[in-house]
Design a binder for this molecule. Structure first.
Ligand SMILES: Cc1ncc(COP(=O)(O)O)c(C=O)c1O
Length: 480
């Protein structure tokens, strides 16, 4: 049977169809953005599967775009958390600046193969320029390198795998090797250690001070004790903005100990890193430039949509060593090495051209609006803490960055139940979204101010809702 040759594919759209589709999608996203101020930050009554959810299943047939957009609206964008809302104060809010979406659009249409310099020297140069910019921001000089990842968890995994390589940790010495961190570390650190089999190392959770920062003296004493016992201390993981409370460890003194004792220092600045754009942040994160590796999430404090993290290593040779490979089919590509290729610096090979969603906004807006936005968040958290304290709330620790924990101390009722009920009321209302945490067995309400769409209006809405919730809860056994 002769093969029938077709010169076109239904997957290749005509200009007319592209325009039609684009117009429909553009109309959808514009309506979404225009209605954001009226949208809830959380819709919590949509967890049960609805009959309409069966339309999410792939049935193999084509469907008109307007039907699909309606389905996306009803069954995706009107369910659960709305991270695009300025009322999102939970967890660590992501961003979603518009210019980044246009970067993604360009990257997806042109589909440059950013992983290999040979395939796309321009795309690799853009990603390297971003690494250079962030590395300079951290304070690294000359020999550093890095990689743009899908997020902070993978960035942590890469950084810790570099520490393992640089400190020559092999299976035979895992059990005697020691890692130092605190209970403020993000769970992705533990996940990464487990993935690498390093959870079998001895893990020391160093004491925290009242501001949830690592007690440096205890760290030093513990390292010396472990060395005296012939163990192999090799890694310290410190926080530059912990998820729970936003704590920034004393990076300078921790780094000094790491250097003196010859340990690898990794700093998780996934949330806090881009505060380095502010004068306040530069002061707060002093010493970060001494870390051997650092991660920062542009999809947190640089307001990008989810899907962008970054790992930086002070001496790029270790990052290269951890990710080195041999493959006959890569010989041609390896001939072109004027610049580093992202694939030589990470476990990933083919991936989207992530740099474009970061490069376009930075180049189009310039840096100032990012700095201004971060300064605004720092002011807002102070305003929030001051205002709720005046309304009788207790604030857990003075915030290092833009996370605060707080609770109401009722005179006549169980504190935890009272605060859990406040949380429930705020979440049920849905105009804003907050989360909670449990620290040393105690329940706290938690706020993170990080969305570029969060301004005083949203913070005031939360304050009003908190006051109302306290009033309502107190009706049973009056407190106020
Ligand atoms: C301090 C810190 N590290 C790591 C992560 C993990 O980052 P991602 O969610 O991008 O994987 C987070 C996430 O919130 C974080 O706050």
């Amino acid at each position: 049977m002769p093969v029938e040759v077709q010169n076109k594919s239904d997957l290749e759209l005509s200009r007319e169809n592209r325009d039609r589709l684009f117009e429909a999608v553009h109309r959808y996203t514009e309506t979404f953005l225009d209605s954001l101020p009226q949208q809830k930050a959380y819709i919590g009554n949509q967890y049960e599967r609805s009959p309409e959810d069966s339309r999410l299943d792939i049935d193999g047939s084509p469907h008109p775009i307007n039907q699909l957009l309606e389905l996306i609206h009803n069954r995706v964008d009107c369910t659960g958390l709305n991270p695009a809302s300025g009322g999102h104060f939970g967890y660590i809010p992501g961003g979603g600046i518009y210019t980044a979406s246009l970067g993604d659009y360009i990257a997806a249409i042109t589909n440059r193969y950013a992983s290999v310099f040979y395939a796309s020297p321009g795309a690799a140069r853009i990603e390297n320029a971003l690494i250079k910019w962030v590395g300079n921001l951290v304070g690294y000089k000359n020999e550093f390198g890095g990689n743009i990842t899908s997020g902070g968890s993978i960035a942590n995994l890469i950084a810790l795998s570099v520490a393992k390589t640089a400190k020559k940790i092999k299976s035979r010495n895992v059990e005697k090797s020691v890692i130092y961190t605190t209970h403020q570390s993000h769970h992705s650190i533990m996940k990464a250690l487990r993935l690498m089999g390093l959870d079998e190392c001895i893990i020391r959770y160093v004491t925290l001070d009242k501001n949830f920062r690592m007690v440096v003296l205890d760290l030093e004493k513990q390292i010396q004790k472990d060395k005296a016992e012939n163990l192999n201390p090799f890694l310290i993981v410190a926080n530059a903005g912990s998820t729970d409370v936003g704590a920034v460890d004393d990076l300078k003194n921790i780094a000094t100990i790491a250097q003196k004792e010859n340990l690898w220092l990794h700093v998780d600045a996934a949330y806090g890193g881009f505060f380095l754009l502010t004068e306040y942040g530069k002061e707060k994160l002093k010493g970060i430039e001494m870390a051997d590796s650092v991660i920062l999430d542009p999809h947190k404090s640089l307001f990008l949509p989810y899907g962008t993290g970054m790992v930086l290593v002070k001496e790029v040779k270790y990052l290269l060593e951890a990710n080195s490979y041999e493959a006959g089919y890569m010989t041609d590509a390896k001939k072109w090495n004027q610049e580093l290729s992202p694939t030589d610096l990470s476990p990933e090979m083919s991936r989207n051209f992530r740099g474009m969603r970061m490069w376009l906004p930075l180049q189009w807006h310039g840096i100032k609006p990012f700095e201004d936005c971060l300064n605004e968040k720092l002011e807002l958290i102070r305003y929030f803490c001051d205002t709720i304290q005046q309304s009788g709330f207790e604030v857990g620790a003075s915030p290092d960055l833009t996370v605060a924990i707080y609770r109401y101390n009722p005179k006549h009722q169980d504190r935890e139940i009272f605060n859990r009920n406040i949380l429930k009321k705020i979440i049920e209302d849905g105009r804003v979204f907050i989360s909670s945490t449990v620290i040393h067995g105690e329940f706290w309400l938690r706020i993170v101010i990080l969305s570029f769409r969060t301004h005083k209006h949203e913070v005031d809405t939360l304050i009003e809702l908190l006051k109302k919730a306290v009033k309502k809860e107190s009706e049973f056994k009056p407190d106020i």
